[in-house]
Design a protein around this ligand. Sequence first.
Ligand SMILES: Cc1cc2nc3c(=O)[nH]c(=O)nc-3n(C[C@H](O)[C@H](O)[C@H](O)COP(=O)(O)OP(=O)(O)OC[C@H]3O[C@@H](n4cnc5c(N)ncnc54)[C@H](O)[C@@H]3O)c2cc1C
Length: 412
Amino acid sequence: MTQYVIIGDGISGSSAAETLREEDPESEITVITDEGEALYNRILIKEHAKGKLPEAPISIHDEEWYEDRDIELSLNTHVTSVDTDSKIVHTHEGDDLSYDKLLIATGGTPTQLPVENSDADGIHHFWTFQDARKIRESAEAADDAVIVGAGLLGIDFAAVCGSQGVEGKYLMRGDRWWRYALSGDGAEIMHDGMREKGVEPVFDSGVDRFEVDDDGHVVAAVDPNGERYACDFAGVAIGLSFNTEYLRGAGIEHDNGILVDQYMQTNVEDVYAAGDITRFYDVLLGEQAQNGSWGSAKEQGRVAAVNMAADDEAEEFQWVSSYSITHFDFPFLSFGHPTLGDDHAERRYSDTEWRRLAFKDGKIVGGVLIGDLAPQSKFKRLMREQRVVADQKDVLLAETVDLDELAAPQEP
Ligand SMILES: Cc1cc2nc3c(=O)[nH]c(=O)nc-3n(C[C@H](O)[C@H](O)[C@H](O)COP(=O)(O)OP(=O)(O)OC[C@H]3O[C@@H](n4cnc5c(N)ncnc54)[C@H](O)[C@@H]3O)c2cc1C
C-alpha cells in the first residue's frame, strides 16, 4: 500500500489529497499542517477583515471531510525537516512519518519589512484566517492606517480601510500602484478607486521606520523622505518568503521557490511540489514561472496527485491563471503573467476602463483588464492556443474583440 504524505493543507495540498484518494483508493494519505484549522478559503478572508462576511462560509473542509475519505489530518503540526534518503518527515513533536511519495505544498509566509519596530503590535500581515481576525479587530477600532506594498495583497488592506471607515495612507515606492503590470493610465483608475474608499496613495514613499508608544503599539510610520504618518494600525504586504527552510539538506532544488517540471516533480525522486511554493516549468511560456493564485494552486495539486498515483508523467500542468479584485465600483482582472513579456499593447477606453496585454515572441502571455472583463476568455484562449497575434494589436484592443477578424493562424 502506497504511503503519501502531503505537507500543507492549503488549496494545493488539499486538492492533492482529494485527487489521491480518487486515484489510489487503497493508499494511506496523511496531510500535515501547522495551522489550527482545516482548509478554508484564503481568498475570502479579506471579506471577513472588511467586516462583510462571518466566519462560517469561509471554512471549506471540517475534520469530518478528511475522516470520510480516510485521510489522516495532523493539525498544529510543524514539519521541521525531511530526510529524502530514508524518506522520513520529522515534525516538531518528534514524530517520524515514512513516505513513499511526498508532496510539498507549504506556500509562503508574508515578508516582514526590514525596518525598526516592524514587529510592533498593530502591524499586520495578511495570510491566514487568524491574521484576518486580528486585522478586523484592529480596523474596527482604528481611525487612521498606513499600508505598505503596492501589489495585489496590499490593495486588500486598502479595501479593509474603505469598508471599516478607516482613513488610509497607502505608501508606495514608485509613482504608481503595481508598476510592474500597469502603466500610469491603468494605475490612475486604481488610484481613483482607492481615493473613493478614503485611502490616499502616497508616491515615491515607503517606510523607513515605525514609531511605537510605551506599550509597544504602532503610532506612526516615517517614510524615507522624513514624512510622518500617524496610524492606529499598519498593513504590510511586500511579498512572500517561500516556506523552504525545513528542506535544508534535503537536496531539493529551489531558487526563490521549489523548482518543478510541468509534472510537478522536483529533482528528487518521489518528491513533488504544488501551489504558490513552486517555480514550475510553464509550457505556455516556455520557461520557469510562478503563479500566486488560488485556481492555479488547486490545479497544480490535482496534477501532482495524478502523477504521484500514476507513478509516471501522466499529465502536465497547463493553465492560464487569473486573479480578480472586486473592491471597487469597477472590476479588475489580471491573467497569465502580466509582468513578463518583450512587447506590450494597451488602451484606455474611459475613466474606469483600460486594457493591457503582454506578449512574448508575438504570443499573449498575460494581461490586465480594468472595467470591462468581457474579452478575458478570448485572450485566455489565444494564450492557450499560443497564437502569434502581437502584429494585430488593433483587433485585440478594439472595444469589442472579434477573434474572426484575426488573420488565420499560420501553418507550422
Ligand atoms: C489575503 C489574500 C487574498 C488573496 N486573494 C486572492 C484572489 O483574489 N485570487 C486568487 O487567485 N488568489 C488570491 N490569493 C492567493 C491564494 O490564496 C494563494 O495563491 C493560494 O491560497 C495558495 O495555496 P497553497 O496551497 O499553495 O499555499 P497556502 O494556502 O499558503 O498553504 C500552505 C500551508 O502550508 C502550511 N505550512 C507551511 N510550512 C509548513 C510546515 N513547515 N509544516 C506544516 N505546515 C506548513 C501553511 O501554514 C499553510 O497552511 C490571496 C491570498 C491572500 C493571503
